[in-house]
Ligand binder design. Structure first.
Ligand code: GAF
Length: 386
């Protein structure tokens, strides 16, 4: 998602806003399981204590009027005339309205104020927070009777169909379904979720936002999907029962290694290994083995760096820098890649000292200011009728 381009003062009649529905919609972290969701594999995300807030009221018309305090932006449109906007962030909202209407649900005019504490392009999914929070708010305001799972799926469709990002389901699922102090081990095929207590003892989760977002992100994301799907299509010629990379084994990859192009082969190996790492992470987490958990995080990063090739210099620098520190158990890039954050499992009493050190070296190296964000696994979307 890109920041808005037009500045706009708050509309006069929004100054005295009689809120009917309030929403707090979280961003997400992902402990492990990157680029596995659209391959129907496993992920381990959680919502965080950093959110986008919505206030909504009906306006007895056919107009939708949305003001973003964070972006100082205002949009207004008629319900029957939903067309794509040139402002990227607006399309997440327009897409949600489009999908709600496609679902056969009837909306009426409303006013909405949005406030965000989520950085954009940081890989903590401000886009899913925007989609799911907005969908949840409209669901409550107009008593649409959409289930949580319908909100998750229609928000993903809004992003796939309207925004044009071919994302998987992890971010929307985490934003809506998470539980406080738990990670979700999500099977992205069956959508079965196990909630694993986030018992990380004397450690905290520290995000380091590189504050870079390389242009490649969207196009390379779609290319990675295609590379995986291309390999699956070749395997399916002999094994038609294999519906996705989820059902491909290491033996199958070995069997087809001459037929699948080397790049796709490398991508697939990464995905199979990452799925395995999610299972191993569950065990490590449940048995309190933070050392093992940290090693799996590092291994995930190296896979993303060398096999899946979605990392970047800034992310690699941060992971390399953490690797020699005995008080950091694990570190890896998080989300789609090509910028955004690293997630670090770090001893609580060393955080301040480490932040000061890493900020300094990062600034020296890239001439960019690093943003540290300490996060806690938190509950999914909260909706309140006022
Ligand atoms: C982005 C996508 F939106 C997710 O669906 C997921 O694929 C992630 O990148 C990579 O794991 O956040």
């Amino acid at each position: 998602m890109k920041p808005a381009e037009n500045n706009h003062p708050i509309p006069e009649d929004f100054k005295d806003f009689k809120t009917e529905v309030k929403v707090a919609s979280p961003g997400r972290i992902n402990l492990i399981g990157e680029h596995t969701d659209y391959n129907q594999g496993f992920v381990m995300p959680s919502a965080i204590d950093k959110k986008i807030y919505f206030k909504l009221r009906k306006n007895e018309s056919n107009s939708c009027r949305i003001y973003s305090e964070t972006f100082d932006t205002y949009i207004e449109f008629e319900l029957g005339k939903i067309t794509k906007s040139k402002n990227s962030w607006e399309n997440y909202l327009l897409g949600v309205i489009d999908e709600i209407q496609n679902f056969g649900k009837k909306l009426q005019g409303f006013d909405c104020i949005i406030n965000s504490e989520l950085p954009i392009g940081a890989g903590i999914s401000s886009s899913a927070a925007l989609e799911c929070g907005f969908a949840g708010g409209l669901n409550s305001l107009f008593s649409l009777n959409l289930s949580q799972m319908e909100i998750v799926k229609l928000s993903q469709r809004a992003e796939n169909n309207f925004v044009g990002n071919n994302c998987g389901i992890m971010d929307q699922f985490a934003s809506v379904m998470s539980r406080k102090n738990h990670f979700i081990k999500l099977d992205c095929e069956s959508l079965e979720a196990e909630f694993i207590p986030a018992e990380i003892q004397n450690c905290k989760l520290l995000l380091l936002n590189t504050n870079v977002s390389h242009n490649l992100a969207d196009s390379e994301y779609n290319t990675r999907r295609q590379e995986c799907e291309r390999a699956v299509a070749i395997i399916q010629q002999k094994y038609p029962q294999v519906g996705s990379l989820r059902h491909v084994s290491f033996e199958m990859l070995e069997e087809f290694k001459e037929k699948i192009d080397p790049i796709s082969l490398k991508r697939c190996r990464y995905v199979l290994e990452e799925n395995k790492r999610v299972q191993q992470t569950e065990k490590a987490l449940r048995s309190g083995d933070l050392k093992e958990l940290g090693n799996l995080m590092y291994a995930s990063h190296r896979g993303l760096q060398h096999q899946y090739e979605v990392s970047c210099t800034e992310l690699d620098f941060l992971v390399d820098f953490s690797e020699g520190k005995s008080f950091i158990y694990g570190s890896r890039m998080m989300g789609g890649g090509f910028g955004g954050c690293t997630i670090n499992l770090i001893e609580s009493d060393k955080i301040d000292e480490y932040i000061a050190e890493v900020e300094k070296v990062y600034q020296q190296k890239f001439n960019i200011t690093l943003t540290p964000i300490i996060v806690v696994p938190d509950e999914g979307t909260q909706i309140t009728k006022v």
